[in-house]
Design a protein around this ligand. Structure first.
Ligand SMILES: [Zn+2]
Ligand SMILES: [Zn+2]
Length: 190
């Protein structure tokens, strides 16, 4: 099964559990279905009521065939394709967690420091949680005002970062209201 078919299934499952994010997750599932069938650009454009931005459409097409970076990317960018992360994944290691960043484009994961901002490398970072979202933490940076959702893999069995990240909308609302912006907006536009 392709990564797109897998994430369509995951997004529909999450939609049944997360009321607030359900419309976004259903949209993501429909998009992923088309990608799994290698649909034409016209088909993607029909998903949205208005013609989608060129940038969105090219990202959707690029996901099907990510190209390697032209130069060695910095540690906060994907070593396989040079894209920024969509989310972070926390995996148990020793007494705590190790952080991996999940690429917004090719889904590659790479290890990254837990102590610094994955955008500007400042140590001025904090973590927010929501009672309605066990297994989620939102990293915010007060130096560059960026945020990124972190997913605790053991608490989110079957987690697919690019789909599970969309379910965290209550934390998106909190972060946006507090003046942060997402490091990489997702394909739902949040
Ligand atoms: Zn990548
Ligand atoms: Zn920062």
């Amino acid at each position: 099964m392709s990564r797109f078919a897998q994430r369509a299934i995951r997004a529909r499952k999450l939609a049944s559990q997360h009321t607030a994010a359900a419309p976004s997750l259903e949209f993501f599932a429909a998009l992923s279905d088309l990608q799994s069938k290698n649909a034409s650009p016209d088909a993607y454009a029909r998903l949205t009521p208005q013609p989608p931005p060129e940038e969105w459409l090219s990202r959707v097409m690029e996901e099907l065939q990510p190209s390697p970076p032209e130069y060695a990317p910095s540690p906060n960018l994907c070593p396989q394709c040079g894209s920024p992360p969509q989310a972070g994944i926390l995996r148990p290691q020793g007494d705590g967690h190790a952080l991996y960043l999940a690429c917004a484009l090719c889904r590659h994961e790479w290890a990254f420091s837990r102590k610094i901002c994955p955008n500007c490398e400042s140590e001025n970072i904090s973590f927010a949680t929501a009672e309605s979202l066990p297994g989620y933490q939102t990293l915010t940076c007060d130096a560059c005002k960026v945020y990124l959702h972190l997913l605790e893999e053991v608490k989110l069995p079957g987690c697919i970062p690019e789909a599970d990240e969309i379910a965290a909308q209550p934390l998106d609302v909190w972060a946006l209201e507090n003046g942060y912006h997402k490091l990489t907006p997702n394909l739902v536009g949040i």
